[in-house]
Design a protein around this ligand. Structure first.
Ligand SMILES: O=P(O)(O)OC[C@H]1O[C@H](OP(=O)(O)OP(=O)(O)O)[C@H](O)[C@@H]1O
Ligand code: HPA
Ligand SMILES: [Mg+2]
Length: 166
């Protein structure tokens, strides 16, 4: 397993701002009229809550996908729960699919295939996944790991001078 070289830590404030920025972009698409949100759990739950509030979308469905079984280690992709057939009609036209990020694009590829006409949006995107999403806010390089606030906690930081003491 190769660990990403760079770190992109995201605070709750920053995530809220970026998810709101995504809502602004989506408001200009499809006249802001979305039938429903399908969020990809678990990471998509947090941006879906913010976007549903901003765009007044009250029908929220989930598709449950797991692939990273531990830190930065992608395993076999598993679909644990499918999308309700009611939303699959018309290949998902008018439906908004939300996830926190796209990395290799594997998750996006699987969910897109379920709803080819839906609009796919993520807050963050890495280059490999980028072609699979319709709208995103910030791109980071492929060798960067994004640290989400729900995965983080406060830890002690050594003073900078400690590493420079001769
Ligand atoms: O583009 P990919 O390489 O497929 O990776 C992106 C997916 O990986 C993470 O989910 P994960 O499977 O870790 O599950 P989680 O959302 O429950 O954390 C993330 O939330 C995306 O859904
Ligand atoms: O960069 C990442 N950060 C958090 N979860 C992830 N799942 C895939 N890539 C990432
Ligand atoms: Mg996920």
């Amino acid at each position: 397993m190769s660990l990403p070289e760079k770190a992109f830590p995201v605070s709750w404030d920053q995530f809220h701002r970026d998810a709101r920025a995504l809502a602004w972009r989506l408001a200009g698409n499809n006249k802001g009229q979305w039938k429903a949100i399908v969020c990809i759990t678990r990471g998509g739950l947090v941006p879906a809550a913010i976007i549903s509030r901003e765009l007044g979308i009250r029908i929220i469905e989930s598709v449950c996908v797991a692939s990273y079984h531990d830190y930065a280690n992608q395993g076999q992709l598993q679909v644990l729960k499918e999308i309700t057939p009611a939303l699959l009609a018309d290949e998902g036209a008018g439906v908004l699919i939300i996830d926190d990020l796209t990395d290799t694009g594997k998750t996006a590829g699987i969910v897109r295939a379920m709803m080819p006409k839906a609009h796919f949006a993520t807050v963050y995107a890495k280059p490999k996944g980028r072609p699979l999403v319709d709208t995103f806010v910030t791109e980071v390089s492929q060798d960067t790991w994004i640290y989400f606030p729900w995965d983080m906690g406060f830890t002690y930081q050594k003073p900078i001078a400690d590493d420079h003491a001769g």
